[in-house]
Design a protein around this ligand. Structure first.
Ligand code: TYD
Length: 415
């Protein structure tokens, strides 16, 4: 199996350091993960080759091909960060902590890269603190504005950062959740942060952690938007390259395993012991080693075989399986596994902009959560597994009626 993966490997140059990148998995042709389609739309669907590799120089895991950013993030981008009560609480708690710590100075200023619907900044705005969201997805930005958040509808990059600095002055904090990994031009982000951040300011980045993805075989965390999968080593290295330093790390139980990386200008802040500890732990376990990533590839193929086998068997037994959560992640699952409406006739999801649309690539219809109980299916395939607790509590009637949840992370199982 491992040989099979190696056979398909190609060598490319790292987007950040120019060293060779060794591909360790190719998911084949994939659509844009959040491009839900109108059923009447007969135009050709955009596809690209979703493949990931690891850089031999800086250990950054990255995609081999890049989807143009305006294809992913535009006025109709449907994802809303405040779609989960758990995540709303998470962002509000972080905003309150910032207000009590880094922003407890004279006339503070905070910038958020990828502020989406303002789920974090609305607490900052409510406290009357100077802030600015930078969000290219117009619909999400409008929602944030309606909550009193100040937003620029554009991509964060070096020139926009310079403009913000000229107009608003230096930022005490630049924050970004689940966005920096989406930006292939990470060099431009760091140059922008360099231009905008105050000398003693903090650049705080929350993103999926490669270690958790590998440990739980969360292969569906790999899709167009997640151009990079961050590790402590790769973030340390890229920070250093641009004159910064990773000074603190917090592991967070959100989105199936996230790290909050706290980055400062080199030498500006003390480095917490946890940074060295996690770096040592990554080396000890060989997180970026070919063997580790090849074994992840093998487990991913096994997950596909197990999931498709289970769904086909249930269909042949006359059982109905419905999807829950039309996540971006589910685009990788359905398209990589070849799961269409014959196996999963529809997906229930709480996002109004996805209702009545077809999931990208698979063409599975998306319906509102009310359709779930009308009538309950026999099984529900939990695509939004990172929100499992919240969804299962909300849908407790399903299990009470005898329904069972199918999960595929960390392995295919029924609960
Ligand atoms: P999420 O897993 O946050 O991200 P991604 O799309 O990047 O993979 O997406 C969660 C999806 O699940 C989103 O479309 C909203 C939906 N959802 C529900 O339908 N019900 C819920 O209770 C929750 C929390 C989410």
């Amino acid at each position: 199996m491992i040989t099979d993966v190696r056979d398909t490997a190609g060598m490319r140059e790292c987007r950040l350091c120019g060293q060779p990148v060794r591909e360790f998995f190719d998911f084949g042709r994939q659509p844009v993960s959040d491009a839900f389609r109108d059923p009447a739309d007969r135009s050709a669907e955009f596809h690209y080759d979703l493949a990931v590799g690891v850089c031999g120089g800086c250990a950054m895991v990255q995609q081999s091909h890049e989807v143009p950013r305006t294809r992913m993030f535009h006025a109709d981008y449907p994802y809303r960060s405040s779609g989960s009560a758990f995540m709303r609480d998470h962002f509000e708690a972080f905003a309150r902590r910032l207000l009590e710590t880094e922003l407890a100075v004279h006339d503070p200023f905070v910038v958020e890269i990828g502020s989406n619907d303002g789920v974090m900044l609305r607490t900052i705005a409510g406290a009357g603190v100077r802030h600015l969201g930078v969000e290219p997805s117009g619909g999400a930005a409008d929602t944030a504005r309606a909550c009193g958040v100040r937003v620029l509808t554009e991509f964060f990059q070096e020139d926009s950062a310079r403009r913000i600095r000229a107009e608003d002055g230096p930022a005490d904090v630049i924050y970004s959740a689940n966005t920096v990994s989406h930006i292939a031009r990470l060099d431009s982000v760091f140059r922008g942060v360099d231009a905008l951040l105050a000398p003693d300011g903090l650049f705080v980045v929350e993103d999926r952690y490669l270690g958790d993805i590998v440990d739980s075989t969360a292969f569906d965390q790999i899709y167009d938007e997640h151009f990079y999968l961050f590790s402590v080593e790769s973030v340390c290295t890229v920070s250093r390259r641009f004159g910064f330093e990773l000074v603190d790390i917090t592991r967070l139980p959100v989105h199936g395993g996230t790290i909050r990386f706290t980055i400062a200008r080199a030498g500006a802040r003390p480095v917490a012991p946890v940074v060295g500890e996690l770096l040592t732990a990554e080396h000890a376990r060989g997180l970026a080693d070919h063997g580790t990533l090849d074994r992840f590839a093998v487990r991913t193929r096994q997950a596909r075989a197990d999931l498709v086998g289970l769904l086909r068997w249930l269909r042949d037994e006359g059982r109905v399986v419905v999807g829950y959560g039309a996540t971006a992640k589910s685009a990788t699952v359905t398209n990589f596994c070849g799961i269409g409406p014959d196996l999963v006739p529809y997906i229930c999801d709480s996002t109004p902009a996805k209702h009545g649309k077809l999931a990208p690539g698979s063409g599975i219809p998306v319906r509102p959560p009310a359709a779930f109980a009308d009538p309950y299916p026999d099984y529900a395939l939990l695509f939004a597994w990172n929100h499992a607790e919240e969804i299962m509590a909300k849908e407790h009637g399903f299990a009470a009626a005898g329904g069972r949840w199918i999960r595929y992370v960390p392995r295919v199982h029924i609960v």
